[in-house]
Design a binder for this molecule. Structure first.
Ligand code: 5AD
Ligand code: SF4
Length: 478
């Protein structure tokens, strides 16, 4: 049921937590709902539909949503016509429990059922009772049946939901089959499925037509991408990158997140040989200790990860590599933690995302192992690893001083509170190099979306600070 042309537009408020996959899902949900007559608002008090797109990877992300649901209880009490929805990973994980904990919720929709969002919101209103749509559990039927219950959802693109009109995410894979013991993703996002290369190319072409210059390919293990083409040939990420590199208008292609075992030489060579592909690889190690990796069931040893890093450094010497680490996983001793520190020191990652282990109900680690590292030890290890990584970032950034780097200007910087900078107005802007380094500089708003040379004058652990080298010429032409 879509709204009549004459009826007032429904006001939609949406909040998204979690990874890039969730940001993309929210963009798609908003795209769909706008076509159904909704309009966006960023004021929850004015909304008549309030959606939370949720994450289950760590407890903290779930706590945030449950407390937000608690906070908006009064909105529902004062305006019972308001619809409240919980979408995404937590919806799939907690299902009916969400309605028990927060009875004012109207729809609960897992990430594999998002295509039904407007239908379910309408049904909840019409029937006056909560609606739930979730996918089958991993053991809930044949692989085909479970896979089919995580429907592909990559319909209309909604430029208005993107942080800027020239960068876009493109999903190339759904789900995950790696089953790392700590991770909830394989249960909440379902079996690994690769989208057909033709659909990905078509979507990317359409995005280029909308003015998108940079696409970031998304997959839980993006480099495991594998799809049998119509002619029976298997297309892998290297071939897909080649097809995308040929699209006019696209200037940069990134892909996240990689799985170490699938980082093949031909993929690294494709990154080296294709001019538009960023020299940036995010390849989570999770731990630098074999015992921990084994308990995590990561499927590789430190030696294998080191071998992969050696190949990256050889084939792509200028590439930036970033990593993820979990500290305080079950049975992580001080000696095992030291090995993670040693790994960060050995490979000098561009940056590392460091997380304290958070037990997830329904995962193998939660049933097989004991969460035996005390919270304060997790916190201390987290801080220590972060400090080691930050010191490396600072040292590595120092060598950029005096160099000129090319960046894609993304918008106003965080320190200018992300306030819009008008085309003719000067403000602090931010952009990224092809190696994903953040560069902040002063310039007029019209540079947003442009590729620009910036001379680096100062650095911090996270940012390069510079001066637009070609400001006069760019400014004159704009
Ligand atoms: N606890 C802490 N961190 C986790 N991650 C995944 N599951 C957990 C968990 N249970 C981290 C991993 C992964 C990143 C997205 O989140 O490092 O790469
Ligand atoms: Fe989770 Fe491991 Fe899959 Fe990554 S590869 S999503 S950590 S199960």
């Amino acid at each position: 049921m879509s709204s009549d042309a004459g009826s007032p537009r429904k006001k939609l408020y949406i909040e998204t937590v979690g990874c890039q996959m969730n940001l993309l899902d929210s963009e798609l949900v908003v795209g769909k709902l706008r076509h159904e007559g909704y309009e966006l608002t960023d004021d929850v008090e004015l909304a008549d539909t309030i959606l939370y797109n949720t994450c289950s990877v760590r407890q903290h992300a779930e706590d945030k949503i449950y407390s937000a649901l608690g906070r908006i209880k009064n909105i529902k009490r004062d305006r019972p016509g308001v619809s409240i929805g919980v979408l995404g990973c937590m919806a799939q994980k907690d299902q009916g429990q969400i309605l028990k904990r927060a009875p004012h919720v109207d729809v609960v929709i897992g990430p594999g059922q998002l295509g039904r969002v407007s239908e379910l919101l309408d049904a909840a209103r019409a029937e006056g009772k909560p609606q739930m749509a979730v996918s089958l559990p991993r053991t809930g039927g044949s692989r085909d049946a479970v896979t089919a219950s995580f429907a592909e959802y990559d319909p209309l693109r909604e430029p208005a939901m993107r942080p800027n009109p020239f960068q876009a995410f493109v999903r190339i894979m759904m789900g995950c089959d790696k089953f790392c013991t700590y991770c909830i993703v394989p249960s909440v996002r379902g079996p690994e499925q690769s989208r057909p290369p033709g659909a990905i190319v078509e979507e990317s072409r359409a995005l280029a037509g909308q003015g998108v210059k940079e696409i970031t390919l998304l997959g839980q293990t993006v480099n495991s991408y594998k799809h049998a083409d119509d002619d029976g040939q298997t297309v892998r990420l290297a071939e897909l990158l080649e097809r995308l590199d040929a699209i006019g208008g696209i200037e940069r292609i990134k892909f996240i997140t990689n799985y170490p075992n699938d980082m093949t030489d031909d993929l690294l060579q494709a990154v080296r040989d294709l001019p538009k592909v960023s020299r940036y690889l995010h390849v989570p190690a999770q731990s630098g200790c074999d015992d921990v990796l084994k308990r995590m069931k990561r499927g590789y040893t430190v030696e294998l990860y080191d071998d992969m890093m050696g190949r990256i450094r050889e084939i792509l010497p200028e590439a930036a590599v970033s990593s993820d680490f979990i500290v305080g996983f079950c049975g992580e001793t001080e000696a095992s933690f030291r090995k993670s520190v040693a790994m960060v020191e050995r490979w000098r990652f561009k940056n590392s995302f460091i997380f304290k282990y958070s037990p997830r109900l329904g995962t193998k680690a939660d049933t097989l192992h004991i969460d035996d590292v005390p919270e304060e030890v997790k916190r201390r290890r987290n801080n220590e690893l972060l400090a080691v990584q930050n010191a490396i970032c600072l040292e590595d950034h120092a060598r950029f001083v005096g160099q000129t780097v090319e960046i894609l200007v993304e918008g106003p910087s965080k320190s200018s509170a992300n306030r819009e900078v008008a085309p003719g107005e000067f403000g602090q802007l931010t952009g990224r190099t092809t190696c994903d380094r953040i560069v902040v500089f002063d310039g007029p708003g019209r540079l947003v979306g442009r590729t620009l040379a910036v001379e680096i004058e100062g650095v911090s652990a996270v940012t390069l600070f510079g001066r637009a080298a070609t400001l006069e010429s760019v400014g004159a032409g704009a």
